[in-house]
Write a protein that binds this ligand. Structure first.
Ligand code: ADP
Length: 275
């Protein structure tokens, strides 16, 4: 066996000097104490990932936990709109201060830094990736029980960076009935496996429409497959959210925190946000 040169990344020998794989975890800001980080992921845009992130954060805050949302969906940031945030992020030599929602949820999003929040973010991937890292390292989050990370859809550069750089406790996968659910879930599950992160729950959004007259559930986008999909991938917690015009109004008009529902109770129980 060749003499050890201590370069484990480029050597296949299993010698006694072999070091653990390199960790890419980034340190929190020295004034942050974040205890749980939950990433909310989806296969494609428009399935309600930001809405689910906002509902989870609102309910967690209502239950008395110190809550934060890191909006990693840099090119499609919709979290500030859902919470009706108008203030901009401030900062000093120690770091940036997130903007607080009416329930006290701390939010960091690119839109809270831009002068014109309707201007498109036409940035190359390394710049986007660095912004997300800075949202973790340079933001003074303070004491946080639960941080929800609104991920960009898919399995590209930014999700990979978040998985490698932040100490993610688990992911929540959001799909809709019309998506190719099995394939989307399989991709998310495989990515989570590669990153050694558990899948905490599967949420089927826009699952059905409740008839206002008879209460019957109408499968607008096709029959639900959430239960068997969760079973197939050994995900023990799933939830269904109906299509609800009050919900989209609340989210699109900045008052998502005033919307009460119990659809995500199982997910909240799974992540431990119970009192
Ligand atoms: P994503 O983050 O996956 O791109 P969003 O959360 O921004 O998706 O949702 C896209 C749009 O669909 C928003 O206008 C939102 O209000 C609406 N929407 C999402 N889920 C529902 C639902 N269950 N009922 C009605 N409207 C919904």
């Amino acid at each position: 066996m060749a003499e050890c040169n201590h370069d484990c990344a480029n050597c296949s020998s299993n010698c006694s000097d072999r070091t653990k794989p390199q960790s890419f975890l980034l340190p929190q800001n020295s004034k942050s104490k974040i205890r749980n980080v939950i990433a909310v992921v989806s296969g494609k845009g428009g399935v309600g990932k930001s809405l689910v992130t906002s509902l989870l954060a609102s309910e967690t805050a209502r239950r008395g936990f110190s809550t934060a949302v890191l909006d990693a969906d840099i090119t499609g940031p919709s979290i500030p709109k859902a919470f009706g945030l108008k203030d901009k992020v401030t900062g000093d030599e120690e770091g940036f201060y997130p903007v607080c929602s009416s329930l006290g949820i701390k939010v960091m999003s690119l839109n809270l830094l831009l002068d014109n929040d309707s201007a498109p973010v036409v940035w190359r991937s390394p710049i986007i990736v660095n912004s997300v890292k800075q949202f973790w390292t340079d933001v003074i989050w303070g004491d946080v029980d639960y941080m929800f990370v609104d991920m960009p859809p898919g399995t590209g550069d930014v999700p990979l960076t978040v998985f490698q750089s932040l100490p993610i406790n688990g992911i929540v996968i959001v799909t809709t009935p019309q998506e190719l659910v099995e394939m989307i879930v399989e991709k998310a599950v495989r990515m989570a496996d590669l990153m050694h992160v558990p899948v905490m729950a599967l949420v089927e959004n826009m699952s059905y429409l409740e008839c206002p007259d008879c209460g019957k559930h109408i499968a607008v986008f096709g029959e639900s497959h959430v239960e068997e999909t969760a079973e197939r991938f050994n995900i023990d917690t799933f939830a269904r959210i109906p299509i609800d015009s009050d919900l989209s109004k609340a989210s699109d008009s900045g008052i998502i925190e005033r919307y009460y529902s119990n659809w995500l109770n199982a997910v909240l129980a799974k992540i431990g946000a119970v009192r």
